[in-house]
Design a binder for this molecule. Sequence first.
Ligand code: HXC
Length: 281
Amino acid sequence: MDIFRDKILEGKKVLISGGGTGLGREIGIGIGRLGAKVAIVGRREDVLKETIDDMHDLGIDAIYSRCDIRDAEQVKNSVNYFLEQFGEINTLVNNAAGNFISKTESLSLNAFNSIIGIVLLGTINLTMDLGKRWIEKKQRGTVINISTIYGTTGSAYVVPSAVGKSGVLALTKSLAAEWGKYGIRHIAIAPGIVPTEGAMSRLAPTKEISDSLLNRVPLGTFGTPQELVNLAIFLISDACTYINGDIIKYDGGESLWLAGQFNFLDMLTDEEWRSIRELKK
Ligand code: HXC
């Protein structure tokens, strides 16, 4: 479903972390088709190259730089390269993530380091690098951070990710307040389950887990990458530039279902409801 007019993102020069695969790749293609120039970073050159080739086949002006975003020096070098090529970067999508389910007591400190490094430190490195340049050049900018619904609540069995993603939300809200005066907006998207190979293989490796996740979504389906891309397009565009510091959920109602005390009564059959009504008489 194409709901956006052609070239609506012309003039946007967008850096996407983790842009070679999954949601990052989808966002890059989605915004590129609407006229944005796309710069992607990631750790694996093969997938970056493949995605860039696909983008070029679609007529998208796209470039890549291999970069481990945990390393501020590599981030600086990649941004320098993108600036040489595109003249400027005016939008940042902090999408790269690392995650897997595990009992927390089974995790090594290196596992914490690895995930918090990608999710939180990587986001900080990119935001600080571009943010300082934007402020110095008196240039406006937009930062879209991809978090999760458990970034607000925390969650068992994905603790390093929860710590990192909640830090990303704190960064979003804090810098929205501090850097708004420079014309730099920060917005977080908090998806529920949006299946991609990378996420599902690590978070829902069995059908039982996948079905249990689905059972909590009031709308009865998972999200789709394409709809999440539509949301990102809207936020990156100039359609609603007064949004700053918000966390926008895309979860089919899952987080509210998990929070409501009596929502679990979904499990009752009509027969059971009739019996309960009789009990009350
Ligand atoms: C326990 C594990 C583990 C597991 C890795 N480790 N997998 N521990 N259970 N399943 C440990 C390793 O043993 C190692 O510790 C440490 O974590 C780092 O692992 P490496 O493989 O050396 O690290 P690295 O190559 O940097 O890989 C990072 C990664 C990997 C996060 C572990 O999975 C990755 O690159 N993922 C990127 C893509 C991804 O995760 N996508 C899903 C995002 S979904 P030791 O001590 O042995 O050295 C997402 C959405 C959330 O975030 C919303 C969902 C609803």
